[in-house]
Design a protein around this ligand. Sequence first.
Ligand SMILES: NC(=O)c1ccc[n+]([C@@H]2O[C@H](COP(=O)([O-])OP(=O)(O)OC[C@H]3O[C@@H](n4cnc5c(N)ncnc54)[C@H](OP(=O)(O)O)[C@@H]3O)[C@@H](O)[C@H]2O)c1
Length: 250
Amino acid sequence: MELYLKGKTAVVSGASQGLGRAITKELAMEGVTVLATARNEALLHALRDEIIAAGGTAPVLLVQDFVAPEAPQRIAAAALTNLGHVDILINNAGRSRPLDVVAPEDEWAASMTLDFDRHRQLTQELLPHMIERRQGSILNITSTYELRSINASAVAKASVVVWAKQLAGQLGKYGITVNSLQPGLIDTANIRRFFNAAERRQFASQEIALGDFGDPQDVANMATFLVSPRAKYITGTVAVVDGGMRQYPF
Ligand SMILES: NC(=O)c1ccc[n+]([C@@H]2O[C@H](COP(=O)([O-])OP(=O)(O)OC[C@H]3O[C@@H](n4cnc5c(N)ncnc54)[C@H](OP(=O)(O)O)[C@@H]3O)[C@@H](O)[C@H]2O)c1
């Protein structure tokens, strides 16, 4: 399916590995120039080499700690300088943070900063430009909200979903879409910390209809569609890529 993405520009946070890396590569293969940002410079360079070797559009790299207070301004400035304008924003950087029911304030604050505030702030930096151009697609990579134990990252991501729905309501008149993508369990470093191979098999066979964790590419496929002109009438939604892990009331 032609996605009409060729020549567009994007910012992807958390682009060095996992879901952000797969999304960056998929967008680049569709002809999108991506500002790819994360902390790990070596991984970012390896991603750029891989994209060029595969015939994709070379991304612009920005090594930046997303938690740094000035990160949203720096990323937005680098994007506008290098790309001219931003059509697509993928709010992806994040880290699962399981906590005890009574947990230190700094752990909660760290998750709210990384998984909610910085995404909201980067979006706010880029929104005036999108509104002026009356064009933009914003996609937030969130998380399940059906965990049975405390995970501060998932709480922050729930805030992202509510904020995104509110934003979508106000930005539709400018032709800007805002959606969230909720991964189930996708095989990345973020998740490998919590499951060894045997645990993964056992969990997946019991809890996931399709019988295994997903691949980053599964998320990249949905993400690329959702930020493409093909999805121009989709906004305020939460798309789920979880192999049937979540059971919905109908
Ligand atoms: N994989 C899943 O099953 C799953 C499930 C639910 C939600 N998610 C969400 O999906 C998103 C991507 O997760 P993933 O599984 O792809 O994780 P991952 O493989 O660990 O990748 C996380 C990315 O975020 C970046 N990042 C983390 N902290 C950062 C910081 N302080 N500054 C800049 N970049 C930072 C990392 O880059 P550097 O280390 O290079 O900085 C990396 O590129 C996260 O928001 C996560 O919460 C994933």
